[in-house]
Design a protein around this ligand. Sequence first.
Ligand code: SF4
Length: 191
Amino acid sequence: MTEFASLLAEIGQCRICAAHLPHLPRPVLQAGPDARLVIIGQAPGSKVHESGVPWRDQSGRRLRDWTGLDEATFYDPALVALIPMGFCYPSAADGADLPPRPECAPAWHARVMPSKARLTLLVGIHAQTYYLQDRAKETMTETVQRFEAYGPDRFPLPHPSWRSTGWMRRNPWFEAEVLPALRLSVRSALA
Ligand code: SF4
């Protein structure tokens, strides 16, 4: 077993925050040591928790559309790492998923992050708060609108949940200006 495969097996056995989860931990991520593109999302939803496949849901379809990635590329760990802020489904309350468990990123991210990554997509407020210490008190919308300030190796995005449909209607600059730049950045990271 390679060192990286051992690390993934170690993550698979993780129980660090088991006491806070209403189910057995089931870490869901995709990672390879040489991936060029890293996508840091929030945490698996209930469908992903069941399937064990990251972004295998409506949000994932929207994210692939935004990035211009086909399924084969998106799910190739030699090219793309899918590393959420929390690897296990945190459960839901009042009709919304709970935030990612705060123990997870500090415990695992530095070890599992590919060293040759050219571009990291920071998807949603939790990834942006953790990785963009320079965003000060911006809202998520302001951070995404100022995406060029964080480049060229980091790219903030909203979470592509169903809520993003209304958000995109209210913020038409996202489709007109941000998505073309995102697709270009993703293509050049993988070239
Ligand atoms: S969410 Fe992260 S820290 Fe918690 S049990 Fe799962 S892998 Fe471990």
